[in-house]
Design a protein around this ligand. Structure first.
Ligand SMILES: Cc1cc2nc3c(=O)[nH]c(=O)nc-3n(C[C@H](O)[C@H](O)[C@H](O)COP(=O)(O)O)c2cc1C
Length: 205
């Protein structure tokens, strides 16, 4: 099995990066072939635009989806996008590790979605990327009660459906770590263990 890991957190000592390390270790122990994109460490450019595509011009003005289709047909994507798309072609499972920011993806990860999951490659007529499996591992500010848990669930289901569900990918149950910043060291260690178990369960299916 080939797994591509994406982590979107600015601090290497964060709990998100600790979860990312657990994923790497667990997957390596399982014998998976693992690749990774650490978006902040690699200073991934989050802003989609004309610089993503070499040599595209349109008299009626710049159109991102059209430029993306031109780039795909002409091998004209910039290197960063080419490399990320290669990682997606090669993987069976994609894991996105991120903190929930404003009920959504951090901007750097949203930018990765805008720039890498391009028209004609990942979605739209004739899209060439075979749908894969995807799993989110998310940390949150914390749910105080069952109603709040249900609210989180709805939001996170939406984040799956609106991107990977739309593209026909198989959605794997998420790992959600609530309120990690308020937790003791011991409680955090238990969450890391739970994540390892969660991954092992997924890998067996
Ligand atoms: C810009 C920003 C926006 C946030 N928005 C939310 C939010 O919408 N919902 C939520 O539960 N937590 C929110 N949080 C809290 C983070 O999700 C939480 O601090 C993070 O998951 C903890 O993981 P970390 O210690 O690895 O950073 C936000 C934090 C920041 C900095």
């Amino acid at each position: 099995m080939r797994v591509h890991l994406i982590v979107a957190h600015p601090e290497e000592k964060s709990f998100n990066c600790a979860l990312h390390q657990v994923a790497k270790q667990t997957l390596n122990e399982f014998g998976a072939i693992v690749t990774e994109s650490n978006l902040y460490a690699e200073q991934f450019d989050a802003v989609a635009g004309s610089k993503d595509v070499m040599g595209f011009s349109e008299p009626s003005g710049f159109n991102l989806a059209k430029a993306q289709r031109y780039a795909l047909d002409n091998g004209a994507f910039c290197e960063q996008i080419k490399q990320e798309q290669k990682n997606l072609i090669a993987c069976d499972l994609l894991i996105l590790q991120f903190p929930l920011w404003w009920w959504s993806f951090p901007a750097i990860l949203k930018g990765w979605i805008d720039r890498v999951l391009t028209s004609g490659f990942a979605y739209g007529q004739g899209a060439i990327l075979v749908p894969k499996k995807v799993m989110y591992s998310i940390t949150t500010g914390g749910a105080a009660n069952q109603d709040e848990m249900a609210y989180y669930k709805g939001k996170i289901d939406g984040l799956y459906q609106d991107v990977f569900g739309f593209m026909g990918w198989k959605i794997v149950p998420p790992f959600i770590a609530h309120g990690v910043q308020q937790k003791s060291h011991k409680a955090r260690q238990l969450i890391l263990q739970d994540y390892q178990s969660h991954l092992n369960t997924i890998l067996k299916h």
